[in-house]
Design a protein around this ligand. Structure first.
Ligand code: HEM
Length: 251
């Protein structure tokens, strides 16, 4: 039997007989193994400054946390966009599966924040000197999320209009409109996780550079403190109060 590599890089049956053949890379690209070539580890690991370029060794910690957050946010934005397309096409359950991934991405970026508190506030001041005017307001991933999230509100409004329901009706009759209700709950959950991230981020910022100072783009830290309660879907929070008031009347 002759050895062959298929156009898509898959190995032939011959490879399975030859233990050395499986260690041989079959993919194109830099790196000595298919692991490196597929994940593009050479380029990925070259994306962080090396010791000869550091102003402070904690630049590596800072960059790794930040770059991984950007990757999770990239995935979150992509899954949100796809989830939205499915919901808009009337395939709400399928869309919810992708929106759950967005939830998880937001959880991961929040959970990575404590690593930043491992830097001393003084060491961070050295790292900060390397950032120029770099600011989280220019985060591509966060800005993509911000762009797409409001469209979920439009989907819910359309769903309510088609069913002839008010938001309060939906919550009272949740079981009859299960998919729409699940969408509403997913939305409030995303809102809550975004607020949790903003809260976690603000605490890290306050603990690291203080409250009565400005960020690298001149924003007072108290401004990001004030953004913590910003809600994408205020109606979904207000409806809870409406339900409490309704319960006082009818239950
Ligand atoms: C020690 C670590 C950090 C510090 C001191 C810090 C500081 C700040 C400050 C001061 C701002 C206000 C804007 C300005 O820079 O003037 C800001 C905004 C922001 N930062 Fe950070 N940050 C840190 C880590 C992170 C990480 C890991 C992320 C992950 C993506 C991030 C994402 C953002 C985002 C998205 C905003 C905009 C906030 C919003 O719109 O609510 N930051 N950050």
């Amino acid at each position: 039997m002759t050895s062959s590599v298929h156009a898509n890089g898959a190995s032939s049956a011959k490879d399975a007989d030859d233990p050395f053949a499986l260690a041989e890379p079959v993919l194109e690209g830099p790196g000595t193994s298919d692991y490196e070539r597929y994940l593009r580890t050479e380029e990925l690991l070259a994306l962080q400054k090396g010791p000869d370029q550091w102003l402070h060794r904690d630049e590596l910690l800072f960059t790794v946390v930040h770059q991984s957050a950007e990757l999770w946010l990239k995935l979150a934005a992509s899954e949100l966009e796809h989830g939205l397309e499915l919901v808009q096409a009337g395939r709400t359950s399928a869309g919810l599966r992708y929106l759950r991934r967005v939830q998880m991405c937001l959880t991961y970026i929040s959970e990575s924040m404590p690593m930043l508190e491992e830097m001393t506030p003084w060491d961070y001041q050295h790292v900060r000197k390397a950032l120029g005017h770099g600011s989280g307001f220019d985060s591509p991933g966060f800005n993509e999320l911000r762009k797409f999230i409001p469209q979920l509100g439009e989907c819910l409004q359309q769903g309510l209009a088609v069913a002839g329901l008010s938001l309060t009706d939906l919550f009272v009759q949740a079981e009859e409109y299960e998919e729409l209700y699940q969408l509403a709950e997913m939305m409030i959950d995303l809102d809550e996780r975004l607020m949790a991230w903003r809260d976690r981020h603000f605490r890290v910022v306050e603990r690291t550079i203080g409250f009565n100072v400005r960020g690298t783009q001149g924003t007072p830290v108290e401004v990001i403190g004030g953004l913590r309660d910003r809600k994408f879907f205020p109606d979904l929070w207000d409806v809870r109060s409406d339900l409490s008031n309704l319960a006082d009347e009818v239950l």
